[in-house]
Design a protein around this ligand. Sequence first.
Ligand code: PXP
Length: 246
Amino acid sequence: MLKLGVNIDHVATIREARYRGVITGEPDPVEAALTCEAAGAHGITAHLREDRRHIQDRDIFELQKRIKTRLNFEMANAPEIVAIALKLKPHIVCLVPERRQEVTTEGGLDVVRNERALLQTRKRMNAAGIEVSLFIGPDLDQIEASARIGAQFIELHTGAYAEHFSNKRRCKIELNRLIAGAKLAHKLGLQVNAGHGLNLENLPLLHRVPHLVELNIGHSIVSRAVFVGLRQAVKDFLAAMKNYKG
Ligand code: PXP
């Protein structure tokens, strides 16, 4: 069964737009996470950015304490955040690149160029009982490097696929890259997640990508929640993922 991890950063983004620097405020991402779980989500993803633009330290520790599924802690490979992850002990960390100007995580990690630093962090996390995922584009050399450093998972960046979804030719190219990437990763013993830019429109075609374990979806779920409520939005995405054959 294809699992759904809900990225709740976007809930914190709404809160911070009004309550930045205040200890309380709505909407609460922890309450949102509990609602997603109650609706059937298999995990919760949250990104504690170095600039703390959405999720705050108190959110992440509260999430780890209160959610009943699994916390996927998205993070940059930065000393401060690595130390927090080791204290937090989430189920899994997903290492992502972080550039301060970007609205969200726009590109994948360059594992090839950062192999040594990522290997070190992978070892430290695994020694603490935390699994490691690397957020990468569907590039074969990045996938091979991810296997070399011994990550348990990769998360394939579906942003280019989503961006070009309305252009048949480009979409096909991006879909084929995801298919080839998932096949290679599986062959190398990596488990494969995917995410970024996924919505109810582009999800059905993504079913052609084999070996997927989990999708991480945020923006479109929170957007849909404005109209149908969070519980229903999660249910709608789960329904759209139900017939995935692997
Ligand atoms: N996966 C990763 C690694 C992300 O950084 C994000 C959020 O930017 C997502 C998945 C979810 O993307 P979206 O919010 O576009 O669904």
